[in-house]
Design a protein around this ligand. Structure first.
Ligand SMILES: *[C@@H]1O[C@H](CO)[C@@H](O)[C@H](O)[C@H]1NC(C)=O
Length: 392
């Protein structure tokens, strides 16, 4: 028995060491920073404290948001951080319901200059209704905040997140490299203004997989400076479809290159796949685009290129788009159009669309072949074509 106290001291030391190791490994539960999941208590500061701890952690860390409804006002998670951070969310993060509460800020939850951050699970409730009411009433409203924004971030994963009723876009990827968005749901009413699902711009290497996007605006919108975007297994609708654009508003504008959308279902959306440019001078371009294996269910405009975008006919001095659209392939696209004209290529007279490829298209309107419209477009077609190609 003489050994016992000695053993016991060692055992205690071991436990203490393990305890400190575990806390060093960085598991930061927002509750231990004072967050309350009662939807009323403002948990912004506790979330920021949890972020500060994780961001300074010398080892990879996890910020944990348990079940509950956590009220968060405008928040910025700033990098760079010392190590990788996982945000694991079981609960719901809730925005203030009064649209004025975020002021004129253009973000609600913003990650800025972070590297190796994952957001896993959880729900964002953007409480958009009062903001949409302001917008539709024609009043002077604040700019409107997307629910989650990544600015100048690298190596990001957003997985299993559900975003509902965003004031504006659900998820913005801006100035990022290497981002995976998977199994994300973005849901807002059909008539909610400007509630894009996912907006990507000035970013390289973004992958969007297995997402369900039911919104009042574009399911995915792709802005200037997007390179190497791969999208697959998407469900879109209601909403305005997958949109490259609007592009070419500026004279000096970065192009869009190497975009693939493969395996997607569009249901009751205003558009299927659309490329849209302002009827203005611009050095922008769109090239190397592939749309492959898409199903259209009762979609108003399944395939659209519109280079004459000029709302209210204002600010488009020459009414021609300078954006050069080339090498766009439409392959294996089938289903139903809600209007007679299922394919519309309305390209710029100064910069005609070139190298447009159609292969195996079968779009029906009221059980008959739909029609197509061509202006300033050149390309080729193979396989079954309903509607028939009108390209030169
Ligand atoms: C095009 O983008 C894909 C990702 O979707 C990437 O793997 C590929 O390398 C890119 N191609 C070029 C030529 O950059």
């Amino acid at each position: 028995m003489a050994n016992f106290p000695f053993f016991s001291t060692h055992f205690c030391l071991l436990l203490i060491t393990l305890f400190f190791k575990a806390s060093n490994a960085g598991n930061y539960n927002v509750l231990s920073f004072g967050a309350k999941g009662n939807e009323r208590t403002d948990s912004t500061v506790p979330f920021l404290k949890a972020w500060a701890s994780a961001c300074n952690s010398p080892t990879p860390s996890t910020i944990y948001v348990p079940k509950g409804r956590f009220l968060i006002k405008g928040i910025v998670f700033k990098g760079p951080c010392k190590n990788q951070i996982t945000f694991r969310i079981d609960g719901t993060v809730v925005a203030p319901s009064d649209y004025r509460a975020l002021g004129n800020s253009d973000s609600w939850i913003l990650f800025s200059k972070v590297n190796k951050v994952s957001v896993v699970g959880g729900t964002l409730d953007g409480k958009g209704a009062s903001y949409w009411a302001c917008k539709t009433s024609g009043k002077n409203c604040p700019v409107g905040a997307p629910s989650m924004t990544f600015n100048w971030a690298n190596n990001i994963v957003i997985s299993g997140l559900t975003s509902i009723n965003s004031r504006q876009t659900h998820l913005v990827i801006n100035g990022c490299n290497n981002v995976v968005v998977q199994n994300v749901k973005a849901i807002a009413p059909d008539q909610s203004p400007n509630t894009d699902g996912i907006h990507v711009q000035t970013s390289k290497g973004v992958t969007i997989i297995g997402c369900t996007l039911q919104t009042g605006d574009d399911c995915v919108s792709i802005g200037p400076g997007t390179y190497n975007l791969f999208m697959t297994n998407l469900k879109c609708g209601p909403g305005h479809g997958v949109s490259i654009g609007s592009l070419g508003k500026e004279l000096k504008e970065a192009g869009v290159q190497n975009i693939t959308l493969k395996n997607a279902i569009f249901s009751g959306s205003d558009n299927g796949i659309r490329i849209k440019t302002w009827a203005r001078p611009s050095k922008g371009f769109v090239r190397n685009i592939v749309f492959d294996n898409l199903i259209m269910n009762n979609v108003e405009n399944p395939i659209v290129i519109d280079q004459h975008y000029c709302p209210d006919n204002k600010g488009c001095p020459r009414q021609n788009s300078g954006v050069q659209i080339s090498k766009v392939t439409y392959r294996n696209i089938r289903g139903t159009s809600a209007t007679l004209e299922a394919v519309s290529f309305d390209c710029s007279i100064t910069n005609p669309c070139t190298d447009i490829k159609l292969q195996d298209i079968k779009l029906l309107y009221k059980n008959k072949a739909a029609t197509s419209y061509c202006k300033n477009v050149r390309g080729s077609s193979t396989g079954i074509l309903m509607p028939r190609s009108c390209m030169l």
